[in-house]
Design a protein around this ligand. Structure first.
Ligand code: GLN
Length: 485
């Protein structure tokens, strides 16, 4: 039997090309792990009934010489991306019975390339959280240590890859929801430059921050998924038509014959407080390794970026409150057809109230209330407008920094995976996002790569962010770390 937990997408693809295995073999091996562990770990909300059929079609494609690097590869999909004819609930009771009427752009791309969509993965409700404890369907357990969270909000997607239930997965990242679970589960997780991957068909959380990206065991695998899902889409007004290039920030002029400068900036003042001792130790070790591998390390200061978390927790809830306002029980939501039809003003409010208090979990309600508050007349300037001013300053700060360095490096998270129930105070949970939110606020690409294990055997991750459109350079770093260090 194939060991999916060890196998990479690249290896599986090569083996299929050589005719040593088939996609049907791959999905059978994933099914075995799903049967054994999904009940306990609560990773998939649904495993699709047509997986074998998809795998057979993929095998045909390969046989006919029409295969791509992702054909026949089992991919898990976060439950907030639309797949035509299938349920998409965003792990909410509110959308328990919602069936998608079209394919998200990324799904269309995966289908065209012959990837096998294995099922929809559990997550924090509407992608709000850092642990999957906010799912209406119970939390996901971290396959590495089931007494701990897998991270969130895309915790199910990360867990599916570690548990050998898929070879890769899609997640969405608004403030760290790909990179943080990747770090907690020992995977590569990448948030593309805002606009590189279409958001069409992604259930919106915070539209100016949301991006879809890959989870995989290696950056090479993550890049295979990224290459498949990226691209211009006229259905997303923020989609960018960016040609495939290897843009490397302060790299020398093409053709100059100079070597690529590899300069990593580290904002040490950002790492002073609240970082677990072992995380910091691991980070420092990795810095030394990069130095030995020929990277230049520079101390940098990012005085505005420190405020990213505060800015995030104003702009994000504001956009959440607007995006989720459509879920009022009329067109979308809990009201059953023909039941509780509104009559007059009181009737409408009654329906809204019932749907929204029954349909949304406590964290979702908290953010809708916060968002409504910061957008309200009288507070708009004090909070929302001010947050946007700081956001622009943060963007500018990064633009300037990337004139001097190629990448900015920090730990991905201040602690490794924590236990269930450990962060009951919402503010303690929000602090998990301290290192991941700056990239979303500035629209930058960022990647989390595995960097070792704690004394308890829990994975650590380090994060690199780069200038806008340096997505492909970020994948190259992990390879450097594995090859040279
Ligand atoms: N943990 C962050 C939050 O709760 C990030 C969520 C995300 O990226 N979707 O908002």
């Amino acid at each position: 039997m194939l060991n999916i937990k060890e196998l990479t997408i690249k290896e599986a693809g090569d083996m299929m090309k050589r005719g040593e295995i088939t996609s049907v073999n791959l999905v059978s091996a994933c099914f075995k792990n799903i049967e054994e562990k999904n009940k306990e770990l609560n990773i998939f909300l649904e495993v699709f009934s047509d997986v074998l059929e998809q795998a057979k079609n993929a095998d045909e494609m390969i046989k006919n010489g029409k295969g791509t690097r992702i054909t026949g590869i089992p991919i898990a999909i976060k439950d907030n991306m639309l797949i035509m004819g299938k349920k998409t609930s965003s792990a909410s009771k509110m959308l328990e019975n919602y069936t998608a009427t079209y394919d998200a752009f990324v799904i269309k791309k995966l289908k065209e390339a012959g990837a096998v969509l294995i099922g929809r993965t559990n997550m924090d409700e509407f992608a709000m959280g850092s642990s999957t404890e906010n799912s209406a369907y119970g939390p996901v357990k971290n396959p590495i240590d089931p007494s701990r969270v897998p991270g969130g909000s895309s915790g199910g997607s990360a867990a599916a890859v570690v548990a050998g239930m898929a070879l890769g997965a899609l997640g969405s990242d608004t403030g760290g929801s790909i990179r943080q679970p990747a770090s907690f589960c020992g995977l590569v997780g990448m948030k593309p430059t805002y606009g590189m991957v279409s958001r069409s068909g992604l259930t919106a959380m915070s539209s100016s921050l949301d991006q879809i990206g890959p989870f995989a065991k290696t950056s090479e695998d993550a890049e295979i998924i990224f290459d498949c899902i990226k691209g211009y889409d006229e259905m997303d007004s923020t989609s960018i038509n960016f040609p495939r290039t290897r843009f490397r920030g302060v790299s020398p002029e093409p053709g100059s014959g100079e070597d690529l400068k590899k300069i990593i900036g580290i904002p040490w003042d950002f790492l002073k407080e609240g970082v677990d001792i072992e995380v910091l130790e691991n980070f420092k070790n990795v810095v030394e390794k990069f130095k030995k591998a020929g990277y230049e390390i520079k101390d940098i200061s990012l005085p505005y970026s420190k405020y990213s978390l505060a800015v995030y927790y104003i702009i994000m809830p504001a956009e959440v409150s607007t995006n989720l306002s459509r879920l009022d029980g009329m067109r979308y939501g809990l009201r059953k057809e023909g039941e509780n039809l509104p009559t007059g003003k009181a009737g409408i409010f009654d329906t809204y109230k019932k749907s929204r208090s029954l349909g949304f979990g406590p964290e979702t309600r908290r953010r809708i209330i916060l968002g409504t508050y910061v957008l309200s007349h009288g507070y708009y300037d004090a909070y929302y407008n001010k947050a946007w001013k700081v956001r622009r300053a943060i963007m500018k700060e990064f633009q300037e920094i990337f004139k001097d360095v190629n990448f900015v490096m920090t730990p991905t998270t201040p602690t490794p995976a924590f236990k269930f129930g450990e962060k009951k105070d919402p503010l303690a949970m929000y602090l998990c996002d301290i290192f991941t939110t700056p990239a979303n606020i500035a629209g930058l690409p960022a990647i989390s790569i595995p960097s070792g294990f704690s004394s308890l055997g829990l994975p650590f991750g380090i994060q690199f962010s780069g200038p806008l459109f340096s997505d492909e350079s970020l994948f190259a770093i992990e390879k450097d770390l594995r090859d040279n260090i």
